[in-house]
Write a protein that binds this ligand. Structure first.
Ligand SMILES: Nc1ncnc2c1ncn2[C@@H]1O[C@H](COP(=O)(O)OP(=O)(O)O)[C@@H](O)[C@H]1O
Ligand SMILES: [Mg+2]
Length: 356
């Protein structure tokens, strides 16, 4: 059976990486075999787990008392792309030819959409390898995350597209046909982009790539289906700020449009009430005590106002979501969240395994 996929989305800095890691820690504590995958090129996941490095292969997060397991992976686009090419090539020899082609190096790092497509592919790989019950995906800021949702679809279109077929159509002169027919415009653009010497490599790359089409296309469809599967959940991470709320609602619209399953809001950095009893404040104290006491009272009033503003913001998020939208409030922590211990403290406010 495939692992359940949980995707954490939201705008930059809102706490996606932190909450993804905390959710992984919580569910491992509850007995799940969890893998948290970050597709954000910023290397924040390692920091939040208190590690110096996470790579394309699972790193085991030491949690000696957890009945489950928690692994972390950072997307390595090139490695994932290579894996796909080896899977779908007709032979080891043609896989090697593509991998050695200089344009492959270019395509795997700079071709638009490749990063997002490989992210979707990595989710699929981890969800189907039988090692995990849950894959938690930490995404880059919202609008890139949308690319991630669309990537398998776009890749399928590209694979099907006449441009791709035309570009790689063979002739007596091999893959050069595209450039003979393609007119000078394409050639000029490509020359500017990659330089004269690379064009032969590009033609060869497309030629070789042609044999991978069917595999890539069916894989794209599989990934699309997985992102819409009834067990998949998109969690929208937000904060009480109006900018983060607007982004979360924008993303909710996108999920609706794409029929992607929404699991609820995680509202991060929420201020909670601070207990304060004016009558318990001493009437006398050091220095200008009357001023100090007035300031303490004022601080409490300001905090109460902030709590009320946050509650109103959360209410408006709730009313904009579907009826009975689950909302989890995560308090603002006084200390940095960059260790298993601090993630465990935060995780208490996140959904447990059986709530999603
Ligand atoms: N509830 C919280 N309380 C205090 N600091 C937090 C909280 N959530 C996140 N942070 C801190 O905010 C910063 C940004 O969080 P991060 O998870 O990297 O955001 P994102 O992945 O959405 O860009 C990090 O330094 C993180 O430790
Ligand atoms: Mg992040």
């Amino acid at each position: 059976m495939n692992a359940q996929v949980i995707v954490c989305c939201g705008s930059g800095g809102v706490g996606k990486t932190t909450t993804s890691a905390a959710l992984a820690v919580r569910w491992a504590t509850e007995g799940d075999r969890v893998c948290v995958l970050t597709i954000d090129p910023a290397k924040r996941l390692a920091d939040s787990l208190g590690l110096t490095h996470i790579g394309g292969r699972p790193t085991v997060i030491p949690m000696p008392n957890a009945p489950g397991q928690c692994d972390a992976v950072m997307l390595d686009v090139q490695e994932t792309f290579e894996g796909l090419i080896r899977t779908f090539s007709a032979s080891e020899a043609s896989a090697s030819r593509i991998l050695e082609n200089r344009y492959f190096q270019f395509a795997s790092t700079r071709l638009g959409g490749v990063h997002e497509y490989m992210a979707a592919e990595k989710v699929r790989e981890l969800a189907t390898n039988g090692h995990y019950d849950t894959i938690i995906v930490d995404t880059p800021p919202t609008r890139n995350a949308l690319d991630f949702l669309e990537a398998p679809e776009r890749m399928a279109e590209l694979m099907n597209g006449s441009v791709m077929r035309w570009l790689s159509s063979t002739s007596k002169t091999g893959g050069w046909k595209a450039f003979e027919l393609g007119g000078e415009a394409i050639t000029r653009v490509l020359q500017t982009l990659v330089g004269d010497n690379t064009i032969g490599d590009i033609a060869q790359f497309f030629d070789l790539f042609r044999e991978l089409w069917d595999g890539f296309q069916s894989r794209s469809l599989e990934v699309q289906a997985m992102l819409r599967d009834e067990t998949t959940r998109f969690l929208l991470v937000s904060s009480p700020s109006s900018a983060a709320r607007t982004e979360a609602l924008f993303f909710l619209d996108q999920l609706r449009d794409k029929a992607m399953p929404f699991g609820g809001f995680l509202v991060n950095r929420v201020e909670g009430p601070v207990p304060f009893e004016k009558s318990l404040l001493p009437t006398n104290g050091p220095g200008d005590w009357a001023t100090v006491a007035a300031q303490i009272e004022q601080m409490h009033a300001t905090q109460s106002d902030l709590v009320a503003i946050h509650e109103r913001s959360i209410d408006s998020l709730a009313s904009a979501g579907p009826p009975n939208t689950p909302i989890w409030r995560i308090p603002h922590q006084g200390t940095p969240v960059n260790s298993i211990a601090s993630l465990t403290a935060l995780a208490e406010f996140l959904p447990s395994r059986n709530e999603i």
